[in-house]
Design a protein around this ligand. Structure first.
Ligand SMILES: [Ca+2]
Ligand SMILES: [Ca+2]
Ligand SMILES: [Ca+2]
Length: 425
C-alpha cells in the first residue's frame, strides 16, 4: 500500500497524531482565558422580532438560518509587545521563571465584529417551496463522525432505520455482515452501540443541524426529517475525537452498501493512506467535507499549498466547506483554498443539539459542513431529476457571492439554499 505524503510545513499544521483523524470544532461558550478571549453578545432578541419559528423557541439564536444582524462578537486581543520586559532572568543567564505584570485595559485591544443582516443560508423561502413540492424523494445522509445521541427528542424522527434488520435478536438478518445494525454502526468498538456518552457531542451537534425536528421546541434542523434520514456511523471517539483511516474506510463502505447518497465528513488529517483516497474516489456518494480550522494558533491557511485530507482531494464527488462568520467574511480560523475549497457556510457560534436532551453552541468548519450537507439533502430530495454531481455544481453556482471570499474558494460565495433549489440544471 502506497502512502500519500503531503508537503508539510511545521509552522502551519497542528500536531495531529500519525494516521488519525481529528474533528474540527471548538465548543462555546468558553471562559475567556487570562490573556485573551472571546465574548459573544446577543442583543435585541425577544418577542416582537420576526422569529424564525414561534414553536422552536431557540430558533432565534440560529443566525445561520436567519441573520437579523443582532449578534456581535468582541475579541480581547493581548498586546504582547507591551510585556516584553517581563522576563526575569536568574543565574547563568537562564530563564528561571517568567512573571507577568498585572494586566490592565491598556494590555488589550477589543475587536468587535457585528453581524450583517442577510448573511445566512436563505432557508425560509426554500422551506416554503419544499412543502408544496410533490414527489419528493427520500434521502439518506451518512454521518461519519463521533456517535450521536439518537434519544434526543429533536433527533428521534431524523435517524435512519435499517428496515431489513430485526433489532436485538443477535442475528444479521439482512446479511450485510453487521449484527443488529438498526440505525448504523460503531466502527471503533465494532458494535451496534452508536452512542457511548459525552464524547459523542460532535456528531450529535451535526445531526441537529441537518435534521432536528421543527415545531416541537428547541432548534430547527435544515431538512424535513420525514424525507431525510441520518445514518449514524461512529468512526471517531475518545477525548480528542480521533479515529483511524481503517474505521473511516469501513464506514464509507457500509454507508454506500446500505443506500446513503450524501456523506458528511467533518474531520481531517495531514496524511492518509492510498486506500482511503481510492475509497473516496470510487464511491458513488457525494462527500461534504470540512476545510479545517487552521494551524496551532487557529489561523486558517491555504489547503491547496498545505493539503489536509479529505478536504484537499480534487475529486468531483468532494465538496469542501469553509467557515463563514456572521459579517460575511471567513472566520480567521477557517482554512481556504482557491481550488480545494468550494463554498462557505455559517460555522461560528452554531446552536444545535448535544447529548442528554441539551443544546450547545459550537464553532468550526465542522459546523459549517453539516449546513451544506443538510441543504444538499433537502435539494436532492426536492429535485429527483438531478444526480449528485449536478447537485454539487448547483450548490457552487448558486452560492451568494461575497467579496471577502473571492480568490479563497471556487464559488467565492456562501450557501444559498433557496437559490440552489431554483437553479436550472
Ligand atoms: Ca445486518
Ligand atoms: Ca438482527
Ligand atoms: Ca425543534
Amino acid at each position: 500500500m502506497r502512502k500519500l505524503m503531503a508537503v508539510l510545513s511545521a509552522a502551519v499544521l497542528t500536531a495531529t497524531g500519525f494516521f488519525s483523524y481529528h474533528i474540527y470544532s471548538t465548543p462555546y461558550p468558553t471562559a475567556p482565558s487570562e490573556t485573551c478571549g472571546t465574548d459573544f453578545h446577543l442583543t435585541a432578541i425577544g418577542p416582537g422580532l420576526d422569529n424564525l419559528s414561534l414553536e422552536d423557541d431557540y430558533a432565534q439564536y440560529q443566525w445561520a438560518l436567519k441573520n437579523d444582524g443582532n449578534l456581535s462578537q468582541t475579541e480581547q486581543k493581548l498586546n504582547f509587545a507591551s510585556i516584553d520586559d517581563a522576563y526575569i532572568r536568574r543565574g547563568n543567564g537562564r530563564i528561571a521563571a517568567i512573571a507577568l505584570p498585572p494586566l490592565g485595559p491598556s494590555n488589550f485591544s477589543a475587536i468587535k465584529t457585528q453581524a450583517y443582516p442577510g448573511i445566512d443560508i436563505h432557508i425560509r423561502d426554500a422551506w416554503a417551496q419544499y412543502e408544496s413540492i410533490p414527489n419528493k424523494r427520500p434521502v439518506t445522509v451518512a454521518l461519519i463522525d463521533t456517535g450521536v445521541d439518537i434519544s434526543h427528542p429533536e433527533l428521534k424522527n431524523a435517524i435512519w432505520t435499517n428496515a431489513d434488520e430485526i433489532p436485538d435478536d443477535g442475528i444479521d438478518n439482512d446479511g450485510n455482515g453487521y449484527i443488529d445494525d438498526v440505525h448504523g454502526w460503531n466502527f471503533l468498538a465494532n458494535t451496534n452501540q452508536i452512542y457511548v456518552g459525552r464524547e459523542d457531542v460532535h456528531g450529535t451537534h451535526a445531526a441537529g443541524t441537518i435534521g432536528a425536528s421543527k415545531k416541537d421546541g428547541g432548534i430547527m434542523g435544515i431538512t424535513d426529517n420525514s424525507y431525510v434520514k441520518i445514518m449514524v456511523l461512529k468512526a471517531l471517539g475518545g477525548e480528542e475525537g480521533s479515529g483511524s483511516p481503517e474505521s473511516v474506510i469501513s464506514a464509507i463502505r457500509y454507508a454506500e452498501a446500505n443506500g446513503a447518497q450524501i456523506c458528511n465528513l467533518s474531520f481531517g488529517a495531514r496524511e492518509v493512506t492510498q486506500e482511503f483516497i481510492d475509497t473516496i474516489k470510487n464511491s458513488s456518494m457525494l462527500f461534504i467535507v470540512s476545510a479545517g480550522n487552521g494551524d496551532i494558533y487557529e489561523i486558517g491557511y491555504d489547503i491547496d499549498k498545505y493539503p489536509v485530507y479529505p478536504a484537499s482531494l480534487p475529486f468531483d464527488n468532494v465538496l469542501t466547506v469553509a467557515n463563514l462568520l456572521f459579517d460575511g467574511s471567513l472566520d480567521d480560523s477557517s482554512n481556504y483554498g482557491p481550488y480545494s475549497v468550494d463554498i462557505a457556510a455559517p460555522g461560528v457560534m452554531i446552536l444545535s443539539t448535544i447529548p442528554e436532551n441539551s443544546y450547545g453552541f459550537m464553532s468550526g468548519t465542522s459546523m459549517a459542513a453539516p449546513m451544506v450537507t443538510g441543504a444538499a439533502a433537502m435539494i436532492y430530495s426536492a429535485r429527483p431529476d438531478i444526480d449528485l454531481l449536478t447537485l454539487k455544481n448547483i450548490l457552487i453556482y448558486s452560492a451568494h457571492r461575497l467579496s471577502p471570499l473571492k480568490g479563497r474558494m471556487i464559488s467565492s460565495g456562501m450557501l444559498d439554499v433557496t437559490a440552489a433549489l431554483n437553479w436550472d440544471k
